[in-house]
Design a protein around this ligand. Sequence first.
Ligand SMILES: *[C@@H]1O[C@H](CO)[C@@H](O)[C@H](O)[C@H]1NC(C)=O
Ligand SMILES: *[C@@H]1O[C@H](CO)[C@@H](O)[C@H](O)[C@H]1NC(C)=O
Ligand SMILES: *[C@@H]1O[C@H](CO)[C@@H](O)[C@H](O)[C@H]1NC(C)=O
Ligand SMILES: *[C@@H]1O[C@H](CO)[C@@H](O)[C@H](O)[C@H]1NC(C)=O
Ligand SMILES: *[C@@H]1O[C@H](CO)[C@@H](O)[C@H](O)[C@H]1NC(C)=O
Ligand SMILES: *[C@@H]1O[C@H](CO)[C@@H](O)[C@H](O)[C@H]1NC(C)=O
Ligand SMILES: *[C@@H]1O[C@H](CO)[C@@H](O)[C@H](O)[C@H]1NC(C)=O
Length: 268
Amino acid sequence: MSRALRLFVLGLLAISPVVAQTFTDCDPTQKDCPADLALGISNYTVDFTTALDATVWNTTSGKIVPSSNGSLFTINKRFDSPTIQSKFYIFFGTVEVHMKAALGQGIISSIVLESDDLDEIDWEFMGGNNTHAETNYFGKGNQTTFDRALYHPVATPSDTFHNYTLVWTAEKLQWFIDTKLVRTLNYADANSGHNYPQTPMTVRLGIWAGGDPGLNNGTIEWAGGATDFTKAPYTMYVQSAKIADFSTGQSYSYGDRTGNWQSIKSTV
Ligand SMILES: *[C@@H]1O[C@H](CO)[C@@H](O)[C@H](O)[C@H]1NC(C)=O
Ligand SMILES: *[C@@H]1O[C@H](CO)[C@@H](O)[C@H](O)[C@H]1NC(C)=O
Ligand SMILES: *[C@@H]1O[C@H](CO)[C@@H](O)[C@H](O)[C@H]1NC(C)=O
Ligand SMILES: *[C@@H]1O[C@H](CO)[C@@H](O)[C@H](O)[C@H]1NC(C)=O
Ligand SMILES: *[C@@H]1O[C@H](CO)[C@@H](O)[C@H](O)[C@H]1NC(C)=O
Ligand SMILES: *[C@@H]1O[C@H](CO)[C@@H](O)[C@H](O)[C@H]1NC(C)=O
Ligand SMILES: *[C@@H]1O[C@H](CO)[C@@H](O)[C@H](O)[C@H]1NC(C)=O
């Protein structure tokens, strides 16, 4: 998605207040940036059947509607892309999300972890594909190749709630669907660690139309085809999340410009 979403932003910035999930306000490998607020605990749970705590979560686009089935992330019309982003960061940890993807061609439901220097870990669900989920990752915004996406079988992800869990350490990154391990990325296997996600991450949940007719063909194809907005609404449901930060402290900051995990400092 990273690539697609950036293309999305590039393509639509001029005509729409699109908010992407994959952006950074300040890249610490380029300049000095404010420290990142740490989650710092291992047992944070979020109940999405009630209103989100605005001190913890920032709604960066659109609005999220809580219900007894979980929070609704809905595209009602073209250019809608409701998205939330944690104000906290985790520096290695686990992210468990129970959600149901939106059904609909070209509609992308997603769980994204994103760092200030554009390390990224993704789950993406194409609303026209009710048999597979995509996983992906990026290191330091490196987009020279796009061969990192993998597709995993899931039983009707657009009709059924599933447990999508990430377990992320300095050594390896694992994706689980309903407790079954579907992918492991070892540090060394990500371009000898250079492309391994390894800096403090925010958690972002959202939905957008990769099949927007204004986008280029590559993105629309990746998204599974053009979106028909006359068939809106398209809704993703998020029931709950459980997040653990494997590091502790008040904040995380980059000790130098490398973006290497060894350079990250925790302030207590
Ligand atoms: C979560 O962990 C913290 C310590 O890390 C503890 O103080 C708190 O009671 C725990 N909360 C729950 C609900 O387990
Ligand atoms: C929350 O989101 C708004 C809109 O994107 C942004 O201007 C603001 O800086 C964000 N605040 C935090 C704490 O991330
Ligand atoms: C919750 O989901 C059930 C089953 O899909 C549905 O019948 C019900 O209307 C939904 N409730 C809300 C508040 O969306
Ligand atoms: C869903 O994705 C899988 C993996 O890419 C692909 O094999 C399958 O054909 C796709 N199904 C549809 C309906 O696009
Ligand atoms: C979700 O999957 C993770 C990873 O396997 C597991 O640790 C966790 O217990 C599961 N959650 C539930 C509620 O089953
Ligand atoms: C970006 O990733 C590609 C593919 O893994 C790699 O060949 C290249 O060296 C990377 N660039 C940097 C700056 O790490
Ligand atoms: C996109 O693909 C369609 C169908 O193959 C084609 O008609 C159209 O010209 C393509 N558009 C671009 C911008 O390449």
